[in-house]
Ligand binder design. Structure first.
Ligand code: GLN
Length: 339
């Protein structure tokens, strides 16, 4: 798209405010209670160790850009971040290389196909199309600075830790399980190389990607990470600037289009927020200028998105007034007699 006519104009913001802390606290508790007994969906098992998780776990967290914290249920239970890492590594890649270069290399349009699709690459001459599916995420991880894959991994870990406001560590059991079974991701890496779209050794890049997916986080962490993207790139808990406001804007636009894979349109239609899911059961939704809502519950729909997290976040998006597309008339209609 030709942006020359307006890309020099300063970005003004377009957001409102959350309800008061007590109201948010009550609604987070309500959302947890409302879906606590919901048992729809099935736990992911294509990564062997993920199948062993307790399917009853259910955590919710909201972090406000003003620093307000709300945790409910298993909000402090650790799990591997999986695909949700894609959103934050993408933000780090744009911060490093800029909007244009990342757009060209990785793309921003939806594939309409499952997250691990090989066909999506083949249909698009090896172009990954967007950074929220595995091929695009592998191409994005390859953009992390570093002379060696160990340095790239360190950059990813440090960057995601800055988003979370604490040092995140690898879940070694998940990493080992996935590293033993990720032939499909290695195939995607090789295919990207064969199309000339990946720099470096594809197996090493996929290894960094596999590690990034195995970083252990909690729903609380995910909400802090999302709230950093809602807060113009400043972590609302630590006060550290992690990325620029422009990077947040760009990242959230791509996440809105493709964060829930082939369900992204449906999600935006029902819930109206950019959100990213992962196969271990996490989802984080970001309300720019307000905060972030994160859920963790291992049972998934067929696209690989946590069922209870979707429902609880949907409820909170409604109740907290987060849907980006919702508005009300500026002036209430005048009473009948004064017209
Ligand atoms: N590590 C997982 C994979 O590459 C992430 C997928 C996901 O969370 N959807 O298959």
């Amino acid at each position: 798209m030709d942006t020359a006519g307006w890309d020099h104009v300063p970005q003004q913001v377009s957001t409102g405010a959350l309800p008061g802390w007590r109201d948010v606290e009550r609604l987070v508790g309500d959302a947890h209670a409302r879906f606590a007994r919901d048992s729809d969906g099935i736990v992911a098992d294509y990564i062997p160790v993920l199948a062993e998780v307790d399917p009853e776990l259910f955590g919710l967290a909201v972090i406000e850009v003003g620093g307000g914290v709300h945790d409910a249920g298993d909000a402090q239970h650790p799990f591997s971040i999986q695909s949700i890492s894609k959103m934050f590594v993408y933000a780090l890649a744009i911060q490093e290389h800029g909007h244009e270069r990342v757009r060209e290399i990785v793309g921003v349009n939806n594939t309409g196909l499952p997250f691990n699709s090989v066909m999506a690459l083949e249909l698009n001459a090896g172009h990954p199309m967007n950074p929220m599916v595995n091929a695009g995420a592998i191409a994005t991880t390859a953009l992390m600075p570093g002379e060696t894959s160990a340095e790239q991994w360190e950059r990813v870990r440090e960057g995601l830790s800055a988003f979370a406001g604490r040092a995140l560590g690898l879940d070694g059991v998940v990493y080992a399980s996935e590293a033993r079974t990720n032939d499909r991701n290695r195939a995607l890496g090789r295919l990207l190389t064969s199309y000339g779209r990946l720099e470096g050794d594809p197996d090493e890049v996929v290894d960094v990607y596999t590690r990034q997916c195995a970083l252990a986080v909690t729903a609380h962490d995910l909400a802090v990470m999302g709230a950093t993207l809602a807060d113009g790139g400043v972590n609302p808990i630590t006060g550290q600037r992690v990325v620029s406001a422009e990077v947040c804007r760009d990242t959230l636009a791509v996440v809105a289009a493709s964060g829930l894979y082939e369900r992204s349109g449906e999600w935006l239609f029902e819930i109206g927020l950019p959100a990213k899911s992962g196969v271990s059961g996490g989802i984080v939704a970001v309300a720019p200028g307000k905060g972030a809502v994160a859920g963790f519950s291992p049972r998934l729909d067929e696209a690989g998105n946590s069922v209870r997290s979707q429902r609880a976040i949907g409820y909170l998006s409604r109740a907290l007034g987060l849907n980006l597309f919702a508005s009300a008339p500026a002036a209430a209609p005048a009473p009948e007699e004064s017209r």
